[in-house]
Write a protein that binds this ligand. Structure first.
Ligand SMILES: CC(C)(COP(=O)(O)OP(=O)(O)OC[C@H]1O[C@@H](n2cnc3c(N)ncnc32)[C@H](O)[C@@H]1OP(=O)(O)O)[C@@H](O)C(=O)NCCC(=O)NCCS
Length: 196
């Protein structure tokens, strides 16, 4: 199985930068796991505490090496951790992945998520990862994340039973928008179906 590359040089722009998780990010992750919005909209482990956070952070390299996920910390201009953005569910044959994100409560409302999602998606659609499309699965009531996805250039691909909106970013250079749309739509519906 191929491993996933980290962005080199590190991605940065619009007042944020993306870097790998470090052992001293435990508090950043534990605080996020306690945040009501993160709890409401993202999968948080039941036993979400420092031990679980340390284990999750320690697993980041293994997830890269097994091409399972690429998880990055979002930092602001002063180097303070302000969020998370990551790719998961990579389908190498179809060149599709899911993207997910959160912003720490203290850093919301200043474009952090939009910048981070735009940076990672833009990178992943080019070499070396060269994905054809990136999907975001968002609950229709999660207005903040729907707005983030739109602001980062995603468009709605499908929605399912008022339970999920599948949004997509795809590289314009890929062959024929129609072909891409058909293939990615099938993928989006497949993933939406699999979730339920
Ligand atoms: C949603 C969330 C990521 C927003 O992060 P953020 O860094 O504050 O977002 P941004 O500052 O980049 O905002 C981008 C846009 O979303 C809008 N927005 C942000 N939060 C919003 C909210 N709660 N309700 C409505 N709009 C919102 C902003 O006004 C902005 O709109 P604009 O482009 O028209 O100016 C953050 O609240 C969060 O972490 N939520 C919980 C985790 C989550 O939902 N993850 C995604 C699961 S799919």
């Amino acid at each position: 199985m191929r491993s996933l590359p980290l962005p080199v040089p590190a991605l940065a722009g619009g007042g944020v930068a993306l870097r790998p998780w470090r052992v001293d990010d435990v508090d950043h992750l534990v605080s996020a796991w306690k945040d009501p919005e993160v709890l409401r909209w993202t999968p948080v482990p039941d036993d979400a505490g420092p031990e679980k956070a340390a284990a999750w952070i320690a697993g980041a390299r293994h997830r890269l090496e097994t091409a399972t996920a690429l998880d990055l910390v979002v930092v602001d201009g002063g180097g303070t951790a302000v969020g998370e953005v990551g790719l998961s569910d990579l389908d190498h044959d179809r060149r599709v992945a899911l993207i997910g994100w959160w912003t720490a409560a203290h850093a919301r409302g200043r474009g952090v998520a939009t910048q981070a999602v735009g940076l990672l998606a833009g990178w992943a659609l080019g070499p070396p990862l060269d994905l054809a499309a990136i999907l975001a699965r968002i609950h229709p009531d999660n207005e903040g994340s729907l707005a983030v996805a739109r602001a980062a250039g995603f468009r709605t691909l499908a929605s399912r039973d008022n339970r999920e909106v599948v949004m997509v970013a795809a590289t314009p250079q890929r062959p024929g928008p129609t072909g891409i749309d058909r293939e990615v739509l099938a993928e989006g519906e497949h993933k939406a179906t699999r979730r339920g």
